[in-house]
Design a binder for this molecule. Structure first.
Ligand SMILES: [Cu+2]
Length: 233
C-alpha cells in the first residue's frame, strides 16, 4: 500500500469512528392531554381550502402509539461544557404548505443555516418572534420562494407565525451542539453523531408540557433513554 492510500484508509477509519454514537429512546405523555381540535378556518379560506378535503387539526399535543408524544425536542443539555462543535452544513427546511407550517416543531444548531419556503401559490409572511435571538418578518409572495436564516443563540421554542393566516404557527428550538432530534409520531427519537462515551444530561422539551431531564451514560457509542412529559391543559 502506498503512503497516499494508507492515509486515505486512516482518514476513512477515523471518520467512521467519529460518527459512531447513537442515542435512541422514547418520550411518553403522562396523563391525558386535551384532544386535537379541528381548525375550520383553514378549509373555509378561499386559497387555503382548495388543497384540502379534511379539516386541519391543532398540533399542541400529538400522541401516538403507547402514549408516545410527538414534537418533543430532545437534546444534550449537560456534559459538553466548554466544547465547540462544527456547525452542520445541512439546511433544515421549514415549509409553508396548505397553509400550515411543516414541520410544526423543529430544531437547528446555533449558527446553522435553515430555509423557510413557501410552497403555496399565494402569499404568506414569516414572522419569527424569538425571545433571545433576533426576530425577523418577511413576506413570501410566490410558490417556491426560499429565504435562508440563522439563529446565533441557544433558545427553546422560538415562535414562527403567519399573520395572513393566524392559525399558522411553528416552533424552532436552537441548540448549542449538534446532538438533538425531534420525537416522531410515536414519541421515538434517534440522535446520531460524534459524541464521546461519557455521562450527559439529556433534556426533552415540549412547547406546552415544558422540559424534563435525565442522566444518561453513553457506552460504546450507545445509550437509550425514556422520558415522560406531564399533560397540561
Ligand atoms: Cu400564511
Amino acid at each position: 500500500m502506498n503512503t497516499t492510500l494508507k492515509t486515505l484508509v486512516a482518514v476513512a477509519a477515523t471518520g467512521s469512528l467519529l460518527n459512531a454514537a447513537e442515542l435512541t429512546g422514547k418520550i411518553s405523555v403522562k396523563g391525558t392531554p386535551p384532544p386535537a381540535k379541528p381548525i375550520p378556518a383553514v378549509k373555509a379560506d378561499p386559497n387555503c381550502g382548495k388543497s384540502r378535503t379534511e379539516d386541519a387539526m391543532t398540533r399542541t399535543w400529538v400522541v401516538g402509539a403507547a402514549n408516545g408524544l410527538a414534537n418533543v425536542v430532545v437534546y444534550i443539555k449537560g456534559g459538553l461544557e466548554g466544547k465547540t462543535f462544527k456547525v452542520s452544513e445541512e439546511k433544515p427546511l421549514i415549509d409553508q404548505t396548505g397553509c400550515m407550517y411543516e414541520p410544526y416543531v423543529s430544531a437547528v444548531q446555533t449558527g446553522q443555516t435553515f430555509q423557510v419556503r413557501n410552497s403555496d401559490a399565494f402569499m404568506h409572511n414569516v414572522n419569527a418572534t424569538p425571545k433571545i435571538n433576533k426576530g425577523f418578518n418577511f413576506a413570501q409572495a410566490n410558490a417556491g420562494q426560499v429565504n435562508e436564516k440563522t439563529f446565533d443563540k441557544a433558545e427553546l421554542g422560538a415562535k414562527f407565525a403567519c399573520n395572513v393566516h393566524p392559525w399558522m404557527i411553528a416552533y424552532v428550538s436552537v441548540i448549542e451542539n449538534p446532538f438533538f432530534a425531534v420525537s416522531d409520531k410515536d414519541g421515538k427519537f434517534t440522535i446520531k453523531g460524534d459524541l464521546p462515551d461519557g455521562k450527559y444530561t439529556l433534556a426533552a422539551f415540549h412547547q406546552k408540557g415544558g422540559e424534563v431531564t435525565t442522566e444518561i451514560e453513553v457506552k460504546g457509542g450507545k445509550a437509550t433513554a425514556a422520558l415522560e412529559i406531564e399533560a397540561k391543559q
